[in-house]
Design a binder for this molecule. Sequence first.
Ligand code: WT7
Length: 661
Amino acid sequence: MSDEPEVELEARLAEQESFDPPSSFTDQANVTDADVRESFAEEWPECWEAAADLLTWDEPYATVLDDSNPPFYEWFTGGSLNASANCLDRHVENGSKNRAAIKWEGEPGETRTYTYGDLLNEVEAFAAALRDLGVEEDDVVTLYLPMIPELPIAMLACARIGAPHSVVFAGFSADALATRMNAAESEYLVTCDGYYRRGDALNHKEKADKGLRGVDHDVETVVVDRLGDELKHFLGASAHDYGDLVDEHAGASVEPVSRDAEDMLFLMYTSGTTGEPKGVKHTTGGYLAYTAWTSRAVLDVKPEDTYWCAADIGWITGHSYIVYGPLALGTTTMMYEGTPDYPERDRLWELVETNDVDVFYTAPTAIRAFMKWGSEYPERRDLSSLRLLGTVGEPINPRAWKWYYKHIGDEGCPIVDTWWQTETGGMMVTTLPGIDTMKPGSAGPPLPGIDATVVDTDGEPVEPGNAGYLTVQQPWPGMLRTLYNNDERFIDEYWREYSDTDSDDPEDWVYFPEDGAKLDDDGYITVLGRVDDVINVSGHRLGTMEIESAIVGVSGVAEAAVVGGTHDVKGEAVYAYVILEDGQEASDAMYDRVVEGVEGAIGPIARPEEVIFTPELPKTRSGKIMRRLLEDVASGDELGDTSTLRNPAVVEEIQSRVSEE
Ligand code: WT7
């Protein structure tokens, strides 16, 4: 800490609008060439060979980009490789066998370290077991696991035998699991008995079993025994114990299957505007090259580092930046099972201190919570091992950015504010920490080789200083290839808005991520948030339609409208406006049933902050629900124009009900 008095320092930070990375960082950064954006642009798409070169290929690729059939782009065509061999075998062979690959800490405090050698052994044993159970190349294996090492092990075992995985976030409900398994026609499930949350042993298997009852086909199940005697469980006829399987196949050697660069590596279901989740398909070569390249260039990951992305592997952030990117680079990646405030609010900082974490990557919602808890918690710990900080998931306001910079980074660590999404596979807009000036609140310029452009409603680039819609005008290696079994929806959701969909010229195809953004005067991009009916609760993407259909499924409910209202920690929170059927009473019991309906269909993350029973919803004369107005009411903001409403009186009624709560 510097000697500057606290008050003066706060005042100086509050006013400072830009920050340069310190030379202690830039002197050692992986990427320091200030012309890297120009050189990528000049050599596009061949520039992406730099990413492919980070991998070991079984067969070299013939073409960097095949753009002959937009928007179905193919990268590194003709090449073949295996993701698990790239994340494990080559490091074991190159002398890093004894380096820690995964350092895991359970919530109760027990630790496990897997060296690259250990990890390869267990991945091979489990890969052999999966094969024995009948898993063949291209069979989708569903992984419904919390933050335990068996999750990345199962992912890599699937990758080894060419079976795409579909990880379902452990916090999702039984119904959500069933929907995803049915959509992917997945006949294999790896799950566990339970896990720890705030000191309690949670029963996870009960949820998995309930989910399985909703699956239309037979499923072979593997159950990891996480809790031992803490929670006894029984295995049915088609269920196998993970530990037994791994023991049985201990020492097995399983040749990594050589996969075509464009073969599917995994599916990840994410929320969209309609009720049905979208199966985002990522492939082997482009995705792995892209996550390795961005981990190296943006997160500055080095093999000697202890690197920690404090996300859940059940989301894309964990896939790309806990598992694939860092392991492809041969570094040590950390995993923590529990919550940041258990047993105390300094838990994450304790982990940084005891593991000498070099690079730390988290979400604004977590930073806002740390800020609320106060600086005394990080101050209890020695955080001087940190070199770089990152944030992802939602816009970060300058105040939270500065708090993070000061209280976690001690003003000595650059911060990368990385904009990307499930569909992009990896980071797209962010500063490069070894080169760029940082501006709190603004993600930064597009990454080298990425043509992210803010456009107006006609698709024309906006002038600096103006807001519009974020688009990506050229393909990139980490992009989704399609929505599983639904090419048409893929085009409708991401391309139709700004492309000439009859054209086969790639220049006419523009990717639309459904975010609003402002182009700053200096060319930096400030991301404003979703412009579709998707809300972002604690960095998790939720579709309002999904929540609405869960509520309408509750007996006694006639109609529902769900919107996001601002929330000081979660960013956005779920507000549900509910109309009951005639004769139904807006009772506490009904309130609870609505909440249970949402938790049952999606999971506790979608739990409404407030359920507002109302006799009517504000509608336009053409009968459209005025969502913007409902958002304003939820956020306690001044209301926009209500003159176009068919039923303006209802607004006051709703407002009075919200403030009653
Ligand atoms: C949406 C994607 C990327 C992994 C986590 C979320 C929002 C993401 C930022 C950022 C402003 C951001 C966008 C995006 N978002 N990062 N740095 N600044 N907004 O993945 O669930 O696919 O959600 O998160 O709205 O579209 P996801």
